[in-house]
Design a protein around this ligand. Structure first.
Ligand code: NAI
Ligand code: MG
Length: 326
């Protein structure tokens, strides 16, 4: 049966990088693409940033590939992650040969808790002077993430993982996160170390080679993975997979990049690598590897988009990737 892939370009450069990734997917497999609207422009025309039909499509498709939304990102991405019941956001940050990276030795994977923390939307304006946010951490979500992390490091033959937290200050919530994750790892015989997330940010800048897989609460995973993007050459290179038990939502880490949108110069690599993660999740391991290899070859030999110091367009880079797949 043909796999059904929902594609949601969204706003800004989402409209440029999603067609690129779609072209790459079409070059390696026979997929049925269903395009669905979401984002700022949909809020303007339809009164809601994420139409129910788009949510329903993501909730039932084999996989969804999303570009980026602009100011409505929180109203689009967070519900879409919920639509696929995703409990983990996998964010690899790797320096590639040929790319001028701040830290060429970087090879990290952030496993970010994807359902709770401070992104649960529990915010309240109590008075004109006072607003609050409730941070939610459960044993069940932390343990589920830890089980995934154990599988991930075993399959990828990593030495173990680092638990990022701030349990010295957020004693109750991050204390719970840390102990829940560590107890699962201990039972599974997976080695862990832990790091205070603020100090970890500094250590990752200075010595990224000392780290591999980093398991994070929601906000920490968001921030540390962007930091890692800076180490490897920019947001144009970072893919991600939001995985649920039955399906996933795949998206670049970057946003709609209004500063370059419409110019045809967005780096498609992050989205194409997200498509490679999508292929892997659907069981197309060889195709996924081929796409990875094609992106790596083009990053090494060019052409390159301006964010990587080149002067090629999105289309030229995409054509170069596709021609490596022939
Ligand atoms: P951004 O990721 O859109 O851009 C940050 C910087 O990185 C910009 O200078 C941009 O040109 C550059 N950049 C990002 N992706 C690139 C690519 N593929 N090729 C070349 N350069 C690239 O983040 P920013 O500027 O903070 O946010 C812009 C908008 O995107 C905001 O409205 C924000 O809400 C939204 N956003 C949406 C996200 C999502 O839909 N998942 C995630 C992050 C931001
Ligand atoms: Mg982010």
């Amino acid at each position: 049966m043909t796999d059904e892939i929902v594609v949601i370009p969204g706003d800004g450069i989402g409209q440029e990088v999603i067609p690129a990734a779609r072209e790459v997917l079409a070059a390696v497999g026979d997929f049925e693409f269903i395009e669905a609207p979401a984002g700022d422009h949909v809020l303007e025309s339809e009164g809601e940033a994420l139409p129910q039909e788009t949510f329903d499509l993501a909730a039932s498709a084999d996989a969804t590939l999303f570009g980026a939304a602009g100011e409505t990102a929180a109203d689009v991405v967070i519900p879409l992650r919920r639509a696929v019941d995703s409990f983990v956001n996998v964010r690899p940050a790797k320096a590639y040969p040929g790319v001028d990276a701040l830290r060429p030795e970087t090879d990290l994977v952030f496993l970010r808790e994807n359902t709770e923390g401070v992104y649960g939307g529990h915010e309240h304006r109590l008075t004109n002077d006072l607003s609050t946010l409730t941070r939610v951490i459960t044993n069940s979500a932390s343990r589920r993430l830890a089980r995934f992390a154990c599988d991930y490091v075993e399959e990828g033959e990593w030495d173990g993982f680092t638990v990022a937290h701030k349990a010295n200050v957020m004693r109750e919530t991050d204390g719970r996160f840390k102990s829940a994750v560590e107890s699962v790892a201990e039972k599974r015989g997976v080695a862990t170390d832990d790091a205070l997330m603020d100090a970890l940010a500094m250590h990752l800048c200075l010595h990224p080679e000392e780290y591999g897989v980093v398991v994070c609460p929601n906000l920490a995973g968001d921030m540390l993975s962007d930091l890692a993007a800076g180490l490897v050459g920019g947001l144009g290179l970072l893919p991600s997979a939001n995985l649920g038990p039955e399906r996933g939502l795949f998206e670049p880490v970057h946003g709609s990049a209004p500063d370059i949108a419409g110019q045809g110069v967005a780096n498609p690599s992050a989205t194409v690598l997200s498509a490679a993660m999508l292929l892997d999740s659907l069981g197309y391991e060889d195709e996924s590897e081929a796409v990875h290899a094609a992106v790596e070859a083009v990053l090494a030999d060019g052409p390159r988009t301006p964010d990587l110091g080149g002067d090629a367009s999105t289309d030229e880079v995409t054509d170069a990737i596709v021609s490596r797949l022939d």
